[in-house]
Design a protein around this ligand. Structure first.
Ligand SMILES: Cc1cc2nc3c(=O)[nH]c(=O)nc-3n(C[C@H](O)[C@H](O)[C@H](O)COP(=O)(O)O)c2cc1C
Length: 274
């Protein structure tokens, strides 16, 4: 099957797909003919599906993406500006969780939303590891604490500036200031040699963070966990990521114990207009 399938009866020759293709690999050789791929299009196409998505007539399909199998955009489901603004301002980093397990289906749905995050050249290389039990999170957090103990013993410069001994002391007193007793951890990983691994993983986790409140869930970036996952062999062994992949971001997740009633203030946007 060729790269593109154009339904010449539905195609109105409006040239929208040609104008919108990010790689400019479509052309209309003649205004009376449907668009066709340029030479080498098969190799250049990033399968982003923009040509399929932008055609108002449902005339365009990729071999791997049929028009009628792509869900229609439902304008009435799109949030208004005030709703988007309120969602983004009112989401909070959640550090106090209910003692309640997260159903796997809910996490699956959340990750199913996060996979629509943009990725460099649509390469979609972010993968996930989910630790979905309080005990599992606790075990891995214990490994993070071991790294912190190691950093303290090595007199690592961060040990003092981040007041790391306090984290160990709290842990030993049964208080988890690392993963905050969360019942879940979501870890994004990608190939180490992929240039956009960090960016794609961060965006995917940000999608997850923004979608979580709609499921009644809250998240918090797991900074200490991320540091440990990038360098502490026992944690890396426990994560068992595929060869060549590394952790590029992690978040705690769970049902928030408390509700937030106000939006804390933030610095004004610092912008220079050129
Ligand atoms: C990269 C990154 C790492 C973070 N690591 C932690 C962490 O390890 N523990 C924690 O409690 N919060 C962590 N946070 C959350 C920030 O402290 C939080 O975003 C900030 O205080 C603003 O609060 P808000 O997210 O509720 O607006 C992290 C945030 C980011 C972006």
């Amino acid at each position: 099957m060729s790269l593109l399938v154009v339904d010449s009866e539905k195609c109105k020759r409006d040239g929208i797909c040609v104008a919108e293709c990010p790689l400019r690999i479509l052309e209309m050789k003649d205004a009376s003919l449907p668009p066709s791929p340029v030479d080498g299009a098969e190799q250049m196409c990033i399968r982003c599906g923009h040509c399929v998505a932008v055609c108002p007539h449902g005339a365009m399909s990729l071999a791997t993406m049929k028009s009628d199998e792509c869900a229609p955009v439902q304008k009435d489901l799109l949030p208004r500006l005030e709703q988007v603004e309120h969602l983004m301002r009112s989401r909070r980093s959640i550090r106090t969780y209910q003692d309640k397990a997260i159903g796997r289906e809910k996490l699956e749905k959340l990750l199913d939303i996060a996979r629509y995050a943009p990725t460099g050249t649509n390469s979609q290389q972010v993968k996930w590891v989910v630790v979905n039990s309080r005990e599992g999170v606790r075990n891995m957090t214990g490994m993070v604490v071991d790294l912190i103990r190691h950093m303290i013993s090595e007199k690592h410069p961060l040990a003092e500036s981040y007041r790391l001994p306090g984290f160990v002391k709290a842990w030993e007193a049964g208080i988890d200031l690392i993963s905050r007793g969360a019942p879940g951890l979501v870890i994004a990983h990608a190939p180490k040699d992929y240039m956009m691994a960090q960016t794609d993983s961060t965006i995917a986790l940000t999608f997850l963070d923004l979608a979580a409140p709609s499921f009644g869930l809250g998240t918090c970036w797991a900074g200490f966990f991320m540091i440990a996952a990038s360098q502490w062999p026992p944690l890396q062994q426990a994560l068992a990521l595929p060869e060549g992949n590394a952790c590029f971001g992690a978040m705690m997740i769970g049902y928030p114990k408390y509700k937030y009633h106000r939006i804390p203030q933030r610095n004004a946007a610092m912008v220079e207009w050129l």
